[in-house]
Design a protein around this ligand. Structure first.
Ligand SMILES: [Cu+2]
Length: 128
């Protein structure tokens, strides 16, 4: 009987040990965010076509105070940004890119900015 009680306690207690390990990856809608000290790295999708889009998208992201590096992959459409989370947050980066005319997986692009993009950059917008 004593051994049965011991097993029951072990089964109840064991999961807490795992659950309380600190999570170093948290999910923000539309983004994967990893934090090391004050430096956060976020990955999300940005719609676009070409090398000119790449310049515009990265410039828009870097215009946000606190953004350290910004990189958009033309082929996979994956966008990676590193920023100081005491100065900004990932939503602000999404908004800056949308204001430059580009859809992200969280924020729809600004209509006027999109229509002002050069013809080659007018990618197929998302239906949001
Ligand atoms: Cu382009």
């Amino acid at each position: 009987m004593k051994i049965l009680i011991f097993i029951c306690i072990a089964i109840f207690v064991a999961p807490y040990g795992y659950a309380q390990q600190p999570a170093n990856k948290s999910a923000v809608t539309g983004s994967t965010v990893t934090t090391v000290a004050n430096s956060q790295t976020a990955h999300f999708q940005v719609w676009g076509n070409c090398g000119m889009c790449k310049k515009t998208i990265e410039k828009a992201a870097k215009s946000v105070n606190g953004v350290q590096t910004a990189n958009w992959n033309m082929d996979t459409h994956e966008f990676t940004v590193v920023f100081d989370n005491t100065e900004t947050d990932v939503e602000k980066v999404h908004k800056a890119i949308a204001l430059a005319g580009y859809d992200t997986d969280l924020v729809k692009s600004d209509d006027e900015a999109y229509s002002n993009l050069p013809g080659c950059c007018q990618y197929e917008r998302r239906k949001m």
